[in-house]
Design a protein around this ligand. Sequence first.
Ligand code: UDP
Ligand code: MG
Length: 325
Amino acid sequence: MPDGKVKKVLTTQTKTLCFISPCLNESENIELLYKKLLEVANDVKTKFNIDYRIVFIDDGSTDNTWEMLNQISLKNPKVKSLKLSRNFGKENALLAGFENAPTCDYYVTLDADLQDDPAVISRMIASANQGFEIVYAQRASRTDSFLYVLCTKIFYKIMLIGSKVKFPSNVSDFYLITDKVKNALLQMQESVRYTRGLVFYTGFSKTGVQYDRPNRNAGKSNFNFIKLTIFMFDAITSFTSLPVHLISLIGLILSVLSFVFGLGYIILNVFSGNVFLGWGSLMAVAIFLGSVQILMVGVVAEYIARMNIELKRRPKYFLAEIIND
Ligand code: UDP
Ligand code: MG
């Protein structure tokens, strides 16, 4: 400044919120989702004076999802639509969303099938305005099968014990994060991504809002039992080596037991000549130890397979088209 004075500009800056939604074959849901997001945007503008942006990511849909996103973006410059060159999976679609989102104060990720009820978002913003950097939606109740609930319980236990990160349970990819958290998230450039885990890994202040997760509005889920199992393995291998440590421990225990067993067998043989006979018992032990070994090698291989993916450092997605860049 020539006269050495700093000109003070007093502004009450409007904050911005960006909705990020990955879409795979969601043509039956897009219209309603967009309508609901506009309703939330209106509500948020009135209550908190927050402006909005939307980023939709078409993750290789084969229906007319892209045509619908295209039309919305052409009508509304606040809506950016990305088309990935093929299906790269939800986690990579989310990454594409974050990497290509305009700079905003808050980001909310939500599924396109309206299971992540947009009406919850204004409660998230109220918490963010209190200073929380991460506000996650947490399912108040679960209506899943006993087996599913049991698997998720075991999963959360392994994650909690193994990783020292305080992961809340019953959360999905429905959360609000601030720009600070988004930048931290983008510094973590691993290929096998468990995004919600990475969000909590950042360690910024967090709080939850409870909600009842409805069923999918239309269409069918893109996840089945096998995909979910792989997803859980991705999460566990990304955050903890606990299974490998357990393998070492089991190996150690079995070795000690077999040593004791062998010693007992020799002693019994020497002093009484009265030893266990039988093909059946031998087979049982052999099959048991054989299958335990295969299982253990399998767990180690799960880690190695993911290391193989990480080593290649390939781009995690390719953009075929962008509207309203
Ligand atoms: N999705 C995606 N790519 C995929 C699978 C899913 O972008 O490969 C999107 C999907 O369109 C939806 C969200 O991720 O917006 C959650 O998927 P879905 O509803 O199928 O999963 P569920 O709710 O059954 O776990
Ligand atoms: Mg869903």
